[in-house]
Ligand binder design. Structure first.
Ligand code: HEM
Ligand code: CA
Ligand code: MN
Length: 342
């Protein structure tokens, strides 16, 4: 006897009635937020937002008798007037204001909406993950305390301590940073808004891990800003935190592993994202609506040295294993266009 399937819009079915609304949200955001299913600026911002909501979660503060934040609870949207003013949340106000009316229209919670939009958005990226989506977070919560979101000028020790407080091992921090493969900066140097962190900001590939290990040689904008270090390619932006995490003995081998073994990156990212999306939540009380998340399409290239670079430009940093042999991209130089803001 086939199990009962809830009947949703457009002939789609779901394992649980509560999942049907998410098909309608899917249609709405693909069309009206993600420009018809692209992996562009709004996807990148939506993925960043999943982190900035969820990481407002500190068992260390709770142990001190303080409110430690509700984790992936939508507080960054419910209390956007407070949280978007935190320094580390600079720039997230844009995507919060775009997402909020859509969440209200479909009467879903902000915590659910933020994680859903991040999961759908990243499925639009070639080679992207299919992130688990659990629904049912409550909208009853409080604003996150300030200073829980890592900053690009923080030390590795401080970033690993903050992430460790939230429950992430150093390897999981590295896996989460695969997100910086589909990412650009707007606020560190506003004169070059849209400058990406790797040469392929619409591809969820390993290039970010390769290119952060290239020797930094140039300043892409008007000067070096706080949290920025020299980048290896014109048009590319490098965060100080990414440079340090790529080279630190606590993280460099996992970093290099995503170059040596690129197929391990997406599964590890999916796992870490599933954990991040339920910080502060009891997953057993949520309903699994992962079936609504599209299956990502498109393939990505294997990691490659950008044209004009050689293995001598790589600052290999894992002492346990040699840097892998990579082909070099054809051509004489690599030029990178900014991510258009729509
Ligand atoms: C661990 C320490 C991290 C630091 C210090 C950090 C820092 C930053 C900074 C400074 C930006 C540029 C923001 C702007 O100026 O527009 C950025 C962008 C971004 N971050 Fe992170 N990040 C971290 C971890 C993460 C994690 C865990 C995720 C997601 C799972 C994430 C996803 C993104 C994305 C997708 C963008 C691009 C946003 C866009 O293109 O508009 N980051 N990050
Ligand atoms: Ca990329
Ligand atoms: Mn942006």
């Amino acid at each position: 006897v086939p199990a009962h399937r809830a009947k949703c819009s457009k002939g789609r079915t779901a394992s649980n009635d509560a999942c049907c609304v998410w098909f309608d949200v899917l249609d709405d955001i693909q069309e009206n937020l993600f420009d018809g299913g692209e992996c562009g600026e709004e996807v990148h911002e939506s993925l960043r937002l999943t982190f900035h909501d969820a990481i407002g979660f500190s068992p260390a503060l709770t142990r001190q008798g303080k409110f430690g934040g509700g984790g992936a609870d939508g507080s960054i949207m419910l209390f956007s007037d407070i949280e978007t003013n935190f320094a580390a949340n600079n720039g997230v106000d844009d995507i919060v204001e775009q997402q909020k009316p859509i969440a209200i229209k479909h009467q879903v919670s902000f915590g659910d909406f933020i994680q859903f939009a991040g999961a759908v958005g990243s499925s639009n990226c070639a080679g992207g993950p299919r992130i688990q989506f659990l629904a049912g977070r409550s909208n009853v919560t409080k604003p996150s305390p300030d200073h829980l979101v890592p900053e690009p000028f923080d030390s590795v020790t401080s970033i690993l301590a903050r992430m460790g407080d939230a429950g992430f091992k150093p390897d999981e921090v590295v896996a989460l940073l695969a997100s910086h493969s589909v990412a650009a900066q707007d606020t560190i140097d506003p004169s070059i808004a849209g400058h990406p962190f790797d040469s392929t900001p619409s591809d969820f590939d390993s290039q970010f891990f390769v290119e952060t290990l290239l020797k930094g040689t140039l300043i892409p904008g008007d000067s070096l800003h706080k949290g920025q270090v020299k980048s290896p390619l014109p048009g590319e932006f490098r965060l100080q935190s990414d440079e340090l995490l790529a080279r630190d003995s606590r993280t460099s081998c996992e970093w290099q592993s995503f170059i040596s073994n690129p197929n391990s990156m997406v599964p590890k990212f999916e796992k870490a994202m599933a954990k991040m999306a339920t910080l502060g939540q009891n997953p057993k009380k949520l309903i699994d609506c992962s079936e609504v998340i599209p299956v990502p399409r498109g393939r990505v290239k294997q990691p490659i040295l950008p044209a004009g670079k050689t293995i001598k430009d790589i600052e290999a940093s894992c002492r346990k294993s040699p840097f892998p042999r990579l082909p070099t991209d054809k051509g004489t130089f690599t030029s990178i266009l900014p991510v258009p803001s729509s």
